[in-house]
Unconditional design. Structure first.
Length: 259
């Protein structure tokens, strides 16, 4: 499937870019810190059977950078308003890393349009005694080597020279990521107190070899969300939607079909 053309919608004075393709149950994909610059193969696969909606968060990619973007709670409210603006109904929310964190923050604030929730290697909650990587200390090559378990795939990604536009987007994304996740690093210490408010069916998908957010963090989130199930993907790092796309898409689509 060719990449759908970007559209935009104003959210509290900020033009939020998004793409939309496919038909079927509505799937709202919330991207991680790397953004959603490209219509990735896993999105094209999901769009074969779902109405896939992919916004670029305020501050990221082609979206505007509003003055009101101060913390993760602002991104939570933007998601709620985005779903209202597009009148998305019975939404199956899928959030990767930072996107999973945003999804949880939105859900605990009340997200009546949400039908199910899939969290993929989600940030947002710390598990005591479980290590966490620090992406703010890594250069571009170190990031690829840390988030991908398959080091041949990592080296291939490093070898691809980004275009000037991609470099600009990467810097913009990195700055926005720091605005919402710098301190405290990659989590909200208050979030875990309210995860019991998430009442929709929830699954967690986690790379068994995630070095940025090891699977122990997923176990903690699954413990705190009523009825949540955790599924690990073997031989996989922090980006299962890239590294193990077939297994990841099957798990997402299967869960949506159940609910």
């Amino acid at each position: 499937m060719a990449s759908p053309e970007p559209a935009s919608v104003p959210i509290n004075g900020c033009d939020v870019a998004y793409r939309r393709a496919g038909s079927g149950p509505t799937l709202l994909y919330l991207h991680g810190a790397g953004g959603a610059y490209d219509w990735a193969p896993f999105l094209a696969r999901l769009a074969e059977t779902h109405d896939v909606v992919v916004p670029e968060h305020p501050g990221f990619g082609r979206s505007g950078t509003p003055a009101w973007l101060d913390g993760i709670e602002d991104l939570a409210y933007y998601v709620l308003e985005f779903a209202d603006a597009l009148d998305l109904r019975d939404v199956h929310v899928v959030g990767s890393s930072l996107g999973g964190w945003i999804a949880m923050e939105a859900a605990v604030r009340g997200f009546p349009r949400m039908r199910s929730l899939t969290l993929s290697c989600s940030a947002g909650v710390r598990a005591r005694g479980v290590a966490t990587g620090d992406p703010f200390l890594w250069n571009r090559a170190q990031q690829f080597r840390a988030v991908l378990h398959d080091q041949a795939m990592a080296e291939a990604a490093i070898a691809r020279e980004p275009t000037p536009e991609q470099i600009e987007i990467e810097l913009k994304n990195r700055y926005a990521f720091a605005r919402v996740a710098w301190e405290p690093r990659l989590h909200n210490p208050n979030l875990k107190k309210w995860l019991h408010r998430i009442r929709v069916p929830t699954q967690l998908l986690w790379g068994a070899n995630d070095r940025l957010l090891p699977v122990g963090h997923g176990e903690e989130i699954a413990r705190l969300i009523p009825g949540a199930v955790l599924r690990t993907i073997p031989d996989c790092g922090h980006l299962p939607q890239i590294e193990k796309a077939e297994a990841w898409v099957a798990a997402v689509a299967g869960f949506i079909a159940e609910h």
